[in-house]
Design a protein around this ligand. Structure first.
Ligand code: F6R
Length: 626
């Protein structure tokens, strides 16, 4: 989703800004832009193409300067178009004045300004000219309208008028060596430069990898002033009820070894394919160092927390929600702890009944998902202090916000459709289940040893599942010609069916729905015709016989069945029943294996349809707006 990079330096900063955008590129965007202070004025280049195109454009147009800001945009207000791309400039007063006098404020923004209509009306009445449909342009004009020779002061005053979520970076024509940033609800970091007094801003430390590892995570309400050789942070002073006054604050400088984000494709056609095939390595890394089950795997003090809690509340979005939904089965059956799983964007706005003895678990690949972060804060505000996250980014807001954490080691996930993050989340959630079971006296040494053995064997088992790719490709050809698909699963594998359907719709744009197989005759069976492929996840578990009956119900209506069956299920291929046999049955951990052929099916179907697999339309990798 949207990305920000900003800098104050004595050297030409454009290559660093562009490189920063490239590092954030995998998150998904539909336009990009850069602006610098050049020859006493504002210069910018914007594009609805890739960052590489923007790079060529700035070189050709000789856009260069020591102070600048850059942005990748994921459209919320206004279509993906050059005139809506950031940076936005303030535009004089009225069309004629604009022609005669280019604006003096340049600004980029992540987030959504909720009162933009009201502010736009007010600024229009004062003569400001709007050239985009964005909420962002409103902030540029607002800062301009409050500017009286001190950009830091103007931005502080502007933030008092903004409602919604924002991270912004701003500079002004009249102050050549200054960039001001502010955040509320969207992440922003300050990078303390290591050479010649330069300083940086970014929406993620990863954008600054290779430039500086000295990072300050700005907090909600912070406004930061960046100049050559110095920076200054202020925050709203809530004491004495005076929220309009700002006071100086100190934030710790952390050494952050942000990964570079640059990943080679190697022999793969797409990052998604590469990431599917990386899963044995990702699981192995995630379990590295786990020699025994102990609550301390989740952080100091975990034992006390685990001993204290009576229930688990899982909060997440999308694919991460499905890993949480799978974990509910484990947590209730193995650890015997009541568990609720909630979609973060729903939970944060509904009335619920809090229990202070709840372990609130957030699950997030990026650790920056706005809804999940807000749901976490909401849960805490309801009086549930115990929080734990399963997250793939150690430096993310989610990890910083939670009391306890388990960091999955999937590595950078570039494909928008999540794959290796999902299976590593499941590995982390299984460890959590075992740790809670242990503390609750439901895990003896023999059971612990057995589970650990099964977990350690996962990378090998995953390799055998990946070897099914040629068979899946055969099915994908047929799927590519369909416009609808049904996915069925039962029990532990119902969330896997949901995840399979999500993968297929995200990247192939085929309409796919998932149901618990037992629900079929309560409605969705009406959809089944010979044109409807029905994908079934059939592990050899206690629900197998029931699932076989559901398969018959589909066959009797002429539906085409595509079954991923465990080796010992005795489900055979026949007229209208296509079977791919999974190498081995894997007990409680079976979802980690069964999701893989569904990822491959979605991937190869999308390839056969020629979609942009790694950057599917309308989607972003890191969803930092509500
Ligand atoms: C789907 C997908 C999304 C994310 C969701 C949550 O393939 O990737 O559904 O799972 O946006 O993102 P995180 O896990 O970063 O909180």
């Amino acid at each position: 989703m949207c990305g920000i990079v900003g800098a104050v330096s004595q050297r030409n900063i454009v290559p660093i800004l562009i490189e920063g955008l490239k590092r954030l590129e995998y998150r998904g965007y539909d336009s990009c832009g850069v602006a610098v202070h050049q020859a006493g004025g504002l210069r910018r280049a914007r594009s609805t193409s890739r960052v590489a195109e923007l790079d060529a454009q700035v070189a050709q147009e000789e856009v260069q300067g020591g102070t600048g800001i850059a942005h990748t945009r994921w459209a919320t207000h206004g279509a993906p178009a050059v005139h809506n791309a950031h940076p936005h400039f303030s535009h004089g007063t009225g069309a004629d004045a604009f022609k005669a006098k280019p604006g003096r404020i340049a600004l980029v923004h992540n987030g959504i300004i909720e009162n933009h209509d009201e502010l736009r009306d007010e600024l229009k009445a004062r003569g400001y000219l709007f050239t985009s449909q964005t909420d962002t342009e409103v902030i540029a004009h607002l800062v301009d309208s409050l500017y009286d020779g001190d950009l830091f002061d103007a931005v502080k005053r502007a933030t008092l008028r903004l409602k919604g979520a924002y991270a912004i970076a701003v500079f002004c024509r009249d102050e050549p060596h200054r960039v001001v940033g502010a955040r509320e609800g969207s992440p922003l970091v300050l990078g303390v430069g290591v050479q010649s007094g330069e300083n940086f801003l970014a929406s993620d430390a990863m954008a600054l990898a290779g430039v500086t590892d000295q990072i300050i995570y700005l907090e909600e309400g912070d406004v930061v002033d960046l100049q050559l050789g110095k920076y200054w942070i202020e925050a709203r002073d809530a004491s004495n009820g005076n929220a309009e006054r700002f006071v100086r604050v100190e934030r710790p400088v952390r050494t952050v070894h942000a990964h570079t984000g640059a990943a080679e494709l190697g022999p793969y056609r797409h990052y998604m394919q590469k990431e599917i095939f990386e899963q044995p390595r990702a699981i192995s890394d995630t379990l590295d160092g786990v020699v025994s089950i102990t609550p301390e795997l989740f952080g100091d003090g975990a034992y006390k927390v685990f001993k204290d809690v009576e229930q688990v509340l899982i909060l997440a979005c999308g694919t991460s929600y499905y890993s949480g939904s799978t974990a509910k089965y484990w947590l209730e059956s193995i650890a015997g702890i009541p568990t609720n799983v909630e979609i973060a964007s729903e939970y944060r706005y509904r009335d619920s009944v809090p229990n202070p003895k709840t372990l609130v678990v957030t699950i997030s690949q990026s650790g920056e998902t706005a809804d999940t972060l807000a749901a976490l804060k909401h849960a805490r505000s309801l009086g549930m202090p115990h929080t734990l996250t399963i997250c793939n980014v150690a430096t993310s807001a989610m990890v910083r916000e939670c009391e306890l954490a388990y960091i999955t080691r999937a590595g950078v996930e570039i494909g928008v459709a999540s794959t290796k993050a999902f299976t590593t989340q499941l590995a982390g959630l299984f460890l959590l289940t075992l740790a809670l079971a242990q503390v609750r006296g439901r895990l003896n040494e023999a059971q612990e040893a057995e589970h650990l053995k099964a977990m350690r064997h996962l990378p090998v088992a995953l390799q055998s599942v990946l070897a099914l790719e040629p068979q899946v490709i055969g099915w994908a050809e047929a799927f590519a010609r369909k416009e609808n698909a049904l996915f069925l699963g039962r029990g532990l594998h119902y969330p896997i069916a949901l995840e399979g359907a999500l993968k297929l719709k995200e990247i192939s744009y085929i309409h796919a729905e998932a149901y618990p197989a037992g629900e079929l005759k309560h409605g969705p069976l009406a959809l089944v015709t010979s044109e409807m492929p029905v994908v079934t996840v059939a592990p050899n578990d206690t629900l197998l016989e029931k699932l076989k009956s559901n398969i018959q119900e589909v066959r009797a209506r002429g539906g085409q069945l595509y079954v991923f069956a465990d080796a010992d299920t005795r489900i055979e291929s026949s007229e209208g029943v296509h079977v791919i046999r999974m190498p081995e049955h894997y007990g409680a951990l079976s979802p980690i294996l069964h999701v893989v052929p569904l990822q491959l099916l979605a991937y190869h179907t999308a390839c056969a349809r020629g979609t942009d697999v790694d950057k599917p339309r309308n989607l972003a990798k890191s969803v930092t707006v509500e």
